[in-house]
Design a protein around this ligand. Structure first.
Ligand code: ATP
Length: 461
C-alpha cells in the first residue's frame, strides 16, 4: 500500500469486492461519505451522502460488494485500496450462521442458535470479524449477544473486565457498540495469568447469567452469540480458550490467522492452533472448527500503543462514563488514544469529584492471601493461596490513583459472583481527616458501597 496525505477533498472509486483502508492522521479528524454505490464499514452499511467524522488515529476499511465512490475530506496517515480481502469467506460464514439461526427459530422447542467463538493470535482481526458477524446478523433482524472475554483490548468496556451485551442494530462505525445495559464482570488485571482461577470463575458467572437470560428469550437464544477472545493462545492462554469453548458451549470455532509467506511464523501459529483445537474437539461432533484468513488490512499495534490505549480507556471510563456505561465513549473501540480530541467532544460529560469518609466505603481485593494461617494447618502442609478469597483492603495512600470497580454485591462474599455498575478513580486520600476524594461519573451516592480493587491504575497527566 501507498501513503496518502493529501488534505483536499478527494474521491476514490472502488471496484466491486474491494476496500479502502484508512488510518486517520494523528492530529486531525477525517470526514468521509458515500457518494454513490453501496459500501460498509466492518459490516455496517454507510448511509448515502451523509458525512461521517472519524477521530485521529482511527483505523478502518470501507468495503464494497458491488462498487462505490467515496469522498474524503481531511488528511490521513495512510489510505490505499485493496482488492484482495477475505470478505467473501467471512460472509460465507455469516450465511451458514444465518441458516442455523433460522433452523433454531423454526424448531418447535425453539432451540439454540449458533455460538461462535473467534480465536487467534493478537492482531489477527478477531474484534473486527466479531463485529462484522454481529452487524450482518443485526441487519437481518437478529439480536445476537456479543461476549467479549478480552481483558486487554476488549471493546465493550474498560480494560480488566469481561462483558456481554445484546446487539440489536448494526454497530455504528464511529461510535462503536451502543451500550444500554452491558453485563460486566471485573477481573481487575490486564493479563489472565495474574489470577487464572478468578478469570475462569468470572467467565463461568457470565455464561450462567446469559444461559438464564436465554431460557426466557427465544429470540436471543435463536440469534446466538459471538464470543471474542484474547490473543493469548499458548500455555495458559490455550487452556483458557478451551475453558471458554466449554463454558459457553460454543459450537463454531473460528481460528483466525495469516496465510502469508512474509510472516511465516504466523502460518505455523494458526495451523498449530487450528489442528490442536480440531483434535481436542473431535469428540464433540456438534462443534465445527474453521480456519479463516486474516485480512491484510489489520493493523498491528505495538505493545506501547496497546498500553497507551488501555490507560486512555481506563481514564475515560473512570472519569466520564455514567454508571450505565454511556455509549458515547465506546468510540474508543478502534483504539484511539488522542485524549485532547476526545475530551474535546466529551467535554459536556465532566466527571464529578466526590468526598467520602473512610468509614463509608469498603474496598476489597480478590485472591492473593493465604486460605488459612500456617498454625491452623496440619504439620507439613503449606498454606495455599485462595485465588477467590475476598479480603478487605486498608484505606491508605496506596489507593491513590487506583481505579476501583463498584460492585453490585449486597454482601462481601457475593463480590466474585456479582457484576459491576461502573468505576471510580481515587484522587486524594487524607489520612488526618480520614477522607477519600474520588472521581465518579455521577454526583451523589454510589450504587453500592462495595468497591473492588485490582491492579488497574491511572495517572492523570
Ligand atoms: P487483539 O486480539 O490484539 O485485540 P484483534 O485480533 O482483535 O486484536 P482487531 O482489533 O480486529 O484485531 O484489528 C486491529 C486493528 O486493525 C483495528 O484498529 C482495526 O480497526 C484495524 N483493521 C482491521 N481490519 C482492517 C482493514 N481491513 N483495514 C484497515 N484496518 C483494519
Amino acid at each position: 500500500g501507498g501513503a496518502g496525505t493529501a488534505s483536499a477533498t478527494r474521491q476514490v472509486k472502488l471496484e466491486k469486492e474491494s476496500e479502502l483502508r484508512i488510518e486517520v492522521a494523528n492530529d486531525t479528524p477525517l470526514r468521509l461519505r458515500l457518494l454513490n454505490g453501496t459500501a460498509e464499514i466492518f459490516g455496517t452499511e454507510l448511509p448515502p451522502q451523509i458525512w461521517l467524522t472519524f477521530p485521529p488515529h482511527f483505523k478502518f476499511a470501507v468495503f464494497t460488494w458491488y462498487g462505490a465512490t467515496i469522498e474524503m475530506d481531511g488528511s490521513t496517515e495512510t489510505d490505499y485500496t485493496a482488492d484482495e480481502t477475505p470478505m467473501v469467506s467471512y460472509v460465507n460464514v455469516h450465511a451458514v450462521l444465518d441458516g442455523r439461526r433460522n433452523q433454531a427459530k423454526a424448531s418447535p422447542e425453539s432451540s439454540q442458535g449458533p455460538r461462535v467463538i473467534v480465536v487467534g493470535p493478537t492482531d489477527s482481526g478477531k474484534s473486527t470479524l466479531s463485529r462484522m458477524l454481529l452487524s450482518w446478523a443485526a441487519k437481518q433482524g437478529w439480536k445476537p449477544t456479543f461476549v467479549d472475554l478480552d481483558i486487554g483490548q476488549g471493546s465493550i468496556t474498560a480494560p480488566g473486565c469481561i462483558a456481554a451485551t445484546p446487539i440489536e442494530l448494526p454497530i455504528d462505525p464511529v461510535e462503536g457498540i451502543s451500550l444500554e445495559m452491558p453485563l460486566v464482570y471485573f477481573y481487575g488485571h490486564t493479563t489472565p495469568s495474574q489470577n487464572v482461577d478468578l478469570y475462569k470463575a468470572l467467565v463461568k458467572e457470565l455464561a450462567q447469567i446469559l444461559e438464564r437470560q436465554f431460557t426466557g428469550n427465544a429470540e436471543s437464544r435463536a440469534s446466538g452469540m459471538v464470543i471474542n477472545t484474547m490473543g493469548w493462545i499458548e500455555g495458559v492462554g490455550y487452556e483458557l480458550l478451551l475453558h471458554a469453548i466449554d463454558t459457553f458451549n460454543a459450537n463454531v470455532v473460528l481460528v483466525l490467522g495469516q496465510d502469508s509467506i512474509s510472516a511465516f511464523h504466523l502460518i505455523i501459529i494458526q495451523e498449530k492452533l487450528f489442528s490442536m483445537l480440531r483434535d481436542v474437539l473431535k469428540s464433540k461432533p456438534n462443534v465445527d472448527v474453521l480456519k479463516l484468513q486474516k485480512s491484510g488490512g489489520v493493523v498491528s499495534r505495538s505493545s506501547k500503543f496497546r498500553q497507551k490505549s488501555r490507560s486512555y480507556r481506563i481514564r475515560l471510563y473512570a472519569a466520564v462514563l455514567p454508571f450505565h456505561f454511556l455509549s458515547i465513549l465506546t468510540r474508543l473501540v478502534s483504539c484511539s488514544f488522542s485524549q485532547e480530541y476526545f475530551y474535546g467532544i466529551a467535554n459536556d460529560l465532566s466527571p464529578h469529584s466526590n468526598i467520602a469518609n473512610f468509614s463509608d466505603l469498603f474496598v476489597y481485593r480478590i485472591g492473593g492471601g493465604p486460605q488459612a494461617p500456617r498454625s491452623a494447618l496440619p504439620i507439613g502442609a503449606d498454606p495455599v493461596a485462595n485465588p477467590l478469597r475476598v479480603a478487605p483492603v486498608n484505606i491508605d495512600r496506596d489507593l491513590l490513583h487506583v481505579v476501583l470497580a463498584v460492585s453490585y454485591a449486597q454482601e462481601p462474599d457475593q463480590i466474585v459472583s456479582s457484576n459491576i455498575a461502573g468505576f471510580i478513580y481515587i484522587t486524594d486520600i487524607d489520612l488526618q481527616r480520614r477522607k477519600i476524594t474520588y472521581l465518579s461519573p455521577t454526583a451523589g451516592e454510589l450504587p453500592s458501597k462495595y468497591l473492588v480493587m485490582g491492579t488497574l491504575t491511572w495517572l492523570e497527566t
